[in-house]
Design a protein around this ligand. Structure first.
Ligand SMILES: Cc1cc2nc3c(=O)[nH]c(=O)nc-3n(C[C@H](O)[C@H](O)[C@H](O)COP(=O)(O)OP(=O)(O)OC[C@H]3O[C@@H](n4cnc5c(N)ncnc54)[C@H](O)[C@@H]3O)c2cc1C
Length: 321
C-alpha cells in the first residue's frame, strides 16, 4: 500500500498542511494494517535543510522525494502532471491538498490515467471508502472507489496536525532528483503579480476576520485592517466584496476561494450565503456582526451582534488594548 503525498515548495517553504496530509494518509491501511507514506515535494531552489527540519524523524514517512527543477520555479499544472505520469505507477494512492495546487492537478492527471478523482475528502473510512463534501459543503457523500490507483484531494482542515510522532532515532530517507521529463509546450508561464498581500496566511492564522459587502468600500476594509492588526488576525472577504473591488481576490473565502478553519472567525457585514459558509464552517468559533437580525450568518454563529458595523467596529477597536 504505497501512498504519495504531493505538495509544492513555494515562497521558500512547504506549508504546514503537510502534517494534516500525513495524518490523512495514516488512515489508509492494507489488511495487515500497513502503509508506506512517501512525500513528493515539487519546486525550485528547494532548501534541503529546511525540508529536513520539517520532515526528518517523522516515523510514518518512508521517503521524501524532492523534485527540484527550474521548470517548477512557477508551477503550472501541465508540467506537474507530466512529472507525475512518470511516477504514479509505483503508488496506490496519490494525495493532494484541496487548494489551488491540488485542484489544478487532480482533474488533468485523472483524465490522463483514466481514473475517477475523489475531491474534497473530509474523512477516510477504509482503504476504498471516503467521505467528501459536495454542493458547497452542504451534503456529505460517502463514495467507494474500485480504481486501482486512487487520486484524492484532501480537505486538510478536517484532519488534525497534532498527532505527528517524531523519533530522533528514526531517520527519514531523502532523495533528490532532477530527471528530465517532457516539458509541456502548449502552455507557458509568463508572469505573476500579487495585487495585494495578505498580512497573514489564511491557512495558518488562529484568528481570521472576514469582511463582506456590508463594509461598503475600500475604506470600510481599512477599519477591518486596524482591528486585524490589533488581534494579530488575517483578513478574508466574501466574493461580493471582492467583486465590488473592496479587496483583491486572493482574500476570498468560500466555495470558490480559500477554505479556512481558524480558532476564531469574525464575519463582519456578511450575509452568510452557502458559498461563503462552505469555506468557514470548520472554524471553531464564529462571531458575526450584521445589522439584519435575520441574516443567515447568525444561524451558524456562536456569538452574534446585531448592529451597525460602522458604530460597533470603532468601539471594539478602542476596547482592545
Ligand atoms: C458559483 C458561485 C460561487 C460562489 N463562491 C463564493 C465564495 O467562494 N465566497 C463567497 O463569499 N461567496 C461566493 N459566492 C457568492 C455568494 O452567493 C454571495 O453572493 C456572497 O457570499 C455574498 O457576500 P456578502 O455576504 O458580502 O454580501 P451580501 O449578501 O450583500 O451581504 C451583505 C451583508 O452586510 C450586512 N450589512 C450591510 N450594511 C451593514 C452595516 N452597516 N452593519 C452591519 N451589517 C451590514 C447586510 O445586512 C448583509 O447581510 C458564490 C456564488 C456562486 C453562484
Amino acid at each position: 500500500m504505497n501512498i504519495l503525498i504531493c505538495i509544492e515548495y513555494k515562497e521558500l517553504k512547504i506549508n504546514n498542511i503537510i502534517y494534516n496530509l500525513i495524518e490523512s494518509a495514516k488512515k489508509i491501511k492494507n489488511d495487515k494494517n500497513e502503509n508506506n507514506i512517501y512525500i513528493l515535494i515539487i519546486g525550485y531552489k528547494i532548501k534541503k535543510n529546511f525540508i529536513k527540519s520539517k520532515l526528518d524523524n517523522i516515523v510514518n514517512i518512508k521517503k521524501v522525494i524532492i523534485f527540484n527543477n527550474i521548470i517548477f520555479k512557477n508551477i503550472i499544472s501541465e508540467n506537474v502532471v507530466n512529472l507525475l505520469l512518470n511516477l504514479y505507477k509505483k503508488y496506490n494512492y496519490l494525495i493532494f491538498p484541496s487548494n489551488h495546487f491540488g485542484k489544478n492537478i487532480l482533474p488533468r492527471l485523472a483524465s490522463k490515467i483514466d481514473v475517477s478523482p475523489i475531491s474534497d475528502v473530509i474523512n477516510i473510512l477504509n482503504k476504498n471508502t471516503f467521505e467528501k463534501l459536495i454542493h458547497s459543503g452542504n451534503i456529505k457523500l460517502t463514495v467507494k472507489s474500485y480504481d486501482p490507483i486512487k487520486l484524492l484531494t484532501i480537505r486538510f482542515t478536517n484532519f488534525s496536525n497534532i498527532n505527528i510522532i517524531k523519533n530522533t532515532k528514526y531517520k527519514v530517507k531523502f532523495k533528490y532528483i532532477n530527471n528530465n521529463f517532457d516539458k509541456f509546450k502548449k502552455t507557458k508561464f509568463i508572469n505573476i503579480k500579487e495585487i495585494e498581500k495578505n498580512n497573514l496566511n489564511l491557512n495558518n492564522s488562529k484568528i481570521i476576520i472576514g469582511g463582506g459587502r456590508g463594509l461598503k468600500s475600500i475604506k470600510g476594509f481599512e477599519i477591518l485592517k486596524i482591528l486585524a492588526k490589533k488581534l494579530n488576525a488575517a483578513i478574508g472577504a466574501t466574493r461580493s466584496a471582492v467583486d465590488a473591488g473592496y479587496i483583491s481576490n486572493n482574500f476570498q473565502i468560500g466555495q470558490s476561494g480559500k477554505i479556512i478553519a481558524p480558532d476564531i472567525y469574525m464575519a463582519i457585514g456578511i450575509s452568510g450565503a452557502i458559498q461563503h459558509i462552505a469555506g468557514i464552517k470548520d472554524s471553531k468559533t464564529i462571531i458575526s456582526i450584521n445589522q439584519d437580525e435575520e441574516a443567515p450568518i447568525f444561524s451558524i454563529s456562536d456569538y452574534g451582534i446585531i448592529g451597525d458595523l460602522f458604530i460597533l467596529l470603532p468601539k471594539l477597536i478602542k476596547m482592545i488594548k
